[in-house]
Design a protein. Sequence first.
Lengths: 444, 351
Amino acid sequence: MRRSQSPRTRLIFGGRVIDPASGHDGVADVLIAADGTVAGIHPKSSDNYSSIPDAERIDASGMIVAPGFVDLHVHLREPGREDEETVASGSAAGVRGGFTTVCCMPNTEPAIADQETVRFVLHRAEEAPGRVHPIGAITRERQGHSLAEIAEMVDAGAIAFSDDGSPVASAGLLRRAMEYSRMFDVPIASHCETPDLSGDGVMHEGVVSMKLGLRGIPAISEEICVARDIALARVTGAHLHVCHVSTEGSVGIIRKAKQSGVRVTAEVTPHHLTLTDDLIARQFDPLLKVNPPLRTARDVEACCAGLADGTLDCIATDHAPHAEQEKDGEFDLAPFGMIGLETALGVSVRAMVESKLLDWSGLIDRLTRRPAEVFGIEAGTLQKGRAADVVILDPRAKWTVTPDTLISRSKNSPFFGWEITGTTVATVVGGHLVYSANGHNGYP
Amino acid sequence: MVVTNKPKRRARADVAQPVETIDNPPPVDSSRRAGTLQIKHLLGLEGVCREDLELILTTSESFKGVLDRPVKKVPPLRGQTVVNLFYEPSTRTRISFELAEKRLSADVVNFAASTSSVAKGESLRDTVNNILAMKTDVVVIRHPSPGTPHFLARTTNAIVLNAGDGAHEHPTQGLLDIYTLWERWGSLAGKRVLIVGDILHSRVARSNIWGLMTMGAEVAVCGPATLTPKEFAELGVSVYTNLDRALEYGFDAINVLRIQSERQKSDFLPTLREYSRLFGVNAARASRLRDGGLIMHPGPMNRGVEITSEVADSPISVILDQVTNGLAVRMAVLYLLCGGQAPENNPGASA
């Protein structure tokens, strides 16, 4: 991350501090030490701080103060498609959305499939406002044929392993990968899909795809692979993390697996918590094309319930930038994917808080402590002595999503026109103010 | 074949105009006149109201009269430019559109993707922008991707006609099929139509289903289970996978779809021979239609596969009527979408 200024003592006072890791939820002050760590949470404003008169005081009255969010699943397109996003621009979109830590998938060009590319991404991350952890490919060049050099990538700093964008089609190869990953205790993040069943599908298979004459991706394509990967995790003892769960069936399979003690975690995207396949019927809008595809209302309901009851551990955006011209034309020829870092908070509030499935504390838990635990990242908490990654949120601010409101280098959001509630007012990474709604240096 | 004993149709009932008040504004367009279409484009038959369908049918009938004259040309589209944008090979649909446009006196430009800049990698957006920069009024598009006509309709000011978008819809085919039945029967209410073949991949089936149901017909589909997804039942269509059993119900028409040999390669079917045995429409099966039953096929036919020659060339076959009617229906749709009014004004009379 970029360190353009020296960290200084900061006092964020008067806000509702929600830190699920320590169980804190109440009005308090957060003191950040000059070394960029959390110095403490103090329940009441007082003159305890007279010893630090030079502290920059940030008024968070009426705001929520929380640990910076952690996103286990983003695509930053660097190296290879810097016209769509870079490590720095994606991280900037992240801190604007409240994410101080993002984990980037290896489907770049070339793929993050060796030590050198992991180091390259980490090097680029030095220029980024937030923290970036690369995820290494499971297979060499992400081709699905043989194991990549996982140990070397772990040494270089890869946080997890995934061939995301594609499944590892070979059960035998994935079994070896899981066995091998256990030596380093790194998660295998699985894009669950059965290629034979997805075929060249472009949207969820169901009554809508049938009406529109678009080729379908059936729910069982995901569910069979989730079941297969859970069976492999059970046998190998590896930590399986299921990426972007989208179907009612998958939620059920994961719930049972967790009950029987398999090491499985799972994530769900804001768009799978809110959007359904029938939206595609309006205009065949390629902005709604994503993999896994938008499913039915029943699946959305099951995903929301799964996130609420803990079956699905956390929210991850699957932020997938695409150039404008690639999403401006034929639906079935457009690439899969949608951006999400900057809309994740408001869309998740709509799905989970406004529907009363979770309270604010529960939602923040699934954006901070839970994802950090899933990948074993030292983040997602305001505990004393930890790096001060803090986000100040306005839980009542309403805003309408338009291309102009987003800073990501790509604008392929499915949420244009949505009025959502909840916005980031300021973001602090390691004691540095890296984003504020009034301009990067203007807050308060 | 010559149509005899054509039943006399009722005059088209005047469409009741809703009372417009401040509290009850007109739903679509306050400038809409009786005898004009509510739709602005013909993107599909899903959602097209019965009044529009009936207006197209009666207008088609007027144009069919024009086709029997020695001089088959009328002036309504004089000065308008129509581009036929064909991204897929097509012979009969393209020729039918082109002829319809020329008979309406439009200036016609044909654009075939294989011979154009598309072959050089130009995007749909750029191709369309270029064509529109030439001040085109109407675009007729055939494209393998569903929704492409919708893309044009929302990104351009041209009037868009869908000439087939992938497996989605082929509305003028649906209209000409409906016209062919309506011409014979006078009304489709309560009539039973069975569509046989590869329903999953068929835009003709979808347009027929929507249009026929709106016109009050009962629709069923029949084909191999791999090509007749159960979701079709959710549209209010009966789904059969056994043709002989389906025919027990008693249908008034069978619309036989072309079966493509590609389906065999991708394991939807073991062999065309087996398909033909299970779903081929032969004389024995055709004889099980109700009295006055008709056989349709959108063409091109695979004789001996989905239909036998005996049936295709029999007196109950209206397959060539469909071709003639296609011309009249396309003239009617072009005429009405370009602002033409109800046939009471008799577009042919001004020739």
